[in-house]
Design a protein around this ligand. Structure first.
Ligand SMILES: [Zn+2]
Length: 302
């Protein structure tokens, strides 16, 4: 079995930070990187394997995806996000809403915190049940934050954001985000910021109101130092490396493997902090040697 190193797609935004270049060895002409799309077959930013766009790579090698794989469009998108400023307050559509609008997937997402500044915090979900009218008024008054839970983070916190949950990553937080393969975001509030040309980013009030979950956020979606996180969309495993480790692979699903602390070898390949790999589905075992932490993701519902 061959293991493939992935070349990420680097993306910028007004809130980009310096940590992905400095700590995670991401390569860019500019110092500030907002997102590094590690595993992406999304048309808005394709990662690559051996200089081949990842969507073509998987179309050319469907046997790599797994025997139970049954999707028209590659279902996952995995990225690093470095927020040097607050991200907009936003919400993503459910599968049902996305399909009505001609897209195959909504966007359920999970954040795994890998770095944070002291006291950094994020917003997720409603503090209490609200009505649509209350949410609409809060959007009109640019006062949505008051409805949301504000949570201070620690490294290795995971935050599941079911589609429809209003959320915002706060300044000073670096996460690995595992999500469905969708790039659809509806903004409710953007801190009244302007870009270098003096323009505000667009807000999407009507769509936000249509998709937002008005119920109180379920705190079972927050975990600290979970080693396994599983739902119908993805299975995530966090492994501590301390010498030699054998990771079992199976024929059901490919694996994404990301090294987010330390360095190691993955099979024959050298890996440093920030490197990511694609492992084809097969009844096999990957030998890993080194120190640090890795994240392994496979498809959910398989
Ligand atoms: Zn989001």
């Amino acid at each position: 079995m061959t293991i493939y190193k992935i070349n990420p797609y680097i993306k910028n935004a007004i809130w980009a930070g310096k940590k992905l270049k400095k700590f995670y060895n991401k390569i860019s002409d500019v110092d500030e990187i907002a997102e590094s799309w590690e595993l992406s077959a999304n048309e808005n930013g394709l990662s690559q394997i051996n200089s081949i766009d990842f969507d073509k790579f998987v179309r050319d090698n469907p046997q790599f995806l797994g025997k139970n794989y049954d999707f028209e469009k590659f279902p996952l998108l995995i990225k690093y996000i470095d927020a040097d400023d607050d991200l907009s307050v936003q919400v993503h559509p459910t599968d049902e809403y996305a399909r009505k609008n001609g897209e195959p997937y909504g966007k359920n997402e999970i954040w795994y915190v890998v770095n944070h500044d002291p006291k950094a915090s994020l917003y997720v979900g409603m503090k209490e049940n609200v009505t649509r009218e209350q949410l609409e008024k809060a959007i009109d008054d640019a006062d949505v934050l008051k409805l949301l839970n504000k949570i201070e983070v620690e490294n290795y916190d995971s935050v599941f954001i079911p589609a429809g949950t209003i959320h915002a990553i706060g300044k000073g937080i670096t996460v690995i985000e595992v999500q469905q393969n969708s790039d659809t975001t509806y903004r409710l509030y953007d801190y009244d910021r302007v870009d270098k040309y003096g323009n505000h980013r667009e807000l999407h009030k009507e769509k936000s109101l249509e998709v937002s979950d008005l119920n109180r956020y379920d705190f079972d979606n927050l975990k600290h130092d979970a080693k396994k996180i599983s739902n119908e969309y993805f299975h995530i495993e966090i492994l501590d490396l301390n010498g030699d480790l054998d990771v079992e692979i199976d024929e059901d699903s490919f694996r994404f493997l990301g090294v987010f602390e330390g360095n190691c070898t993955v099979g024959e390949l050298e890996a440093q902090k920030g490197d990511s790999f694609f492992i084809p589905a097969s009844n096999d075992c990957v030998k890993i040697k080194g120190y640090g932490k890795i994240i392994i993701v496979k498809l959910g519902a398989i």
